[in-house]
Design a protein around this ligand. Sequence first.
Ligand code: ZN
Length: 469
Amino acid sequence: MPVKSEPEVEQAKPPLMDTSRPALQSQAVILSPPQGRPVTWIKRWPLTIIAFAIGAISLPLSMWQPSKTPIDPLDYTARTKHVLSTTPLIDGHNDLPHLIRIELYGKMCDGTFNFNDKLLGHTDVQRMRKGQMGGQFWSVFVECEEEVGIDDPTWIVRDTLEQIDIARRFIEEYPSVFQYCDTPRCAREAHKAGRIASMIGIEGGHQVGNSLGAIRQMYDLGARYITTTHNCDNAFATAASTVAAGREDKGLTPFGHEYVKEMNRLGMMIDLSHVSHQTMRDVLSVTQAPVIFSHSGAYSVQKHLRHAPDDVLRGIKANGGIVMAVFVNRFLNMKHPEEATIHDVVDHIMHIAEVAGWKHVGVGSDFSGTPAVPIGLEDVSKYPDLVALLMERGATDEQVRMFAGENLLRVWADIERDEGKRFKQQAIKGWATGFANSPFMFRSTRERSKNIKRIAHNFNYPKLLSRKL
Ligand SMILES: [Zn+2]
């Protein structure tokens, strides 16, 4: 969950030196033909020259062959480097676009912001490269509003559109670093091309205005997952924070069932981070597609209500989904958050792997969305340390490959498999309020509006309507 208090972006610095240019120039000098030398001697001993040339080329080439010596199993650094060079490490949740919006008001191009410099927060290009990152789901986040009923109009959808705009512009601003992706195939291609695949996820059902129509448009704008709730209930479901505050866990609403169906049909990932335990169970009981937890942990390891309990982890195994481990201190060590370390994150990962299996675990840091991260996982440069530690705890190369990115790419591809059906169902359901004095197009709407001042068509959940959140 992003915080507003700490400035995370420092002042602009001069651009980094381009060290590649002198090397290219010197190579050009080496490749230039020697000046002022007669060429007639070449004609005199052609065979000798050809033999010499073949020897001169083949000898160094044989020396440049990559070593076939297997990597020492105890050399975790070398194993990590090898695995992450061939499998894209994809983080499920980073809130940097939110910081760009609240700190810089979305202004990235006036010289204040240079992502190539080392910034104050957790995320910049230098450290992403050091962390061998292959992909990032950039979270677009807008706060839940206090004291707003779910039927009240707000600016949250507009703000979410602005947040998507910022994420898209931020990705486009650094084309040699990022590649915008809305398919798993694109993410693999970006990694092969040496770029960091950049995707968009929306952090809260409140951000789509309780509207399935808005969800469809968010999909077309590039969003590939929606966190079903943030720290507030919405028309779809109950949040973990509601239960933590002592209120009833109502799980998924009837309209939430429609949300699940539409997300499945669209091929958009349902994210269960932040939702209540009953919402997790309800979604797992109705979804036809795998689900994700973009930044969560295991409830058995730390009794925080936003973590997945063991029965849900077993449900995730049956569902084919994935729980991506979060790095937020207060979720890792509730009593002494300041003492949270990288080992706490490893404990969550190992537990998820033990209960659900290695096919169902991943990484979702919440970097740049929380000020307090564990000792040993201070920023995006530290992913290799986490992978190496998993190896030290016994994970095989194949298992860490799944953890790093293969699982997420598999889930995403599974969800996309029904893409052909996307436009077969066209039911438009959403949130609307009727007013008796408006020139309604349909007679039945006018009749209904005479009896009910505020109506919500296609939304059969009167108790929730009257409730203030
Ligand atoms: Zn969050």
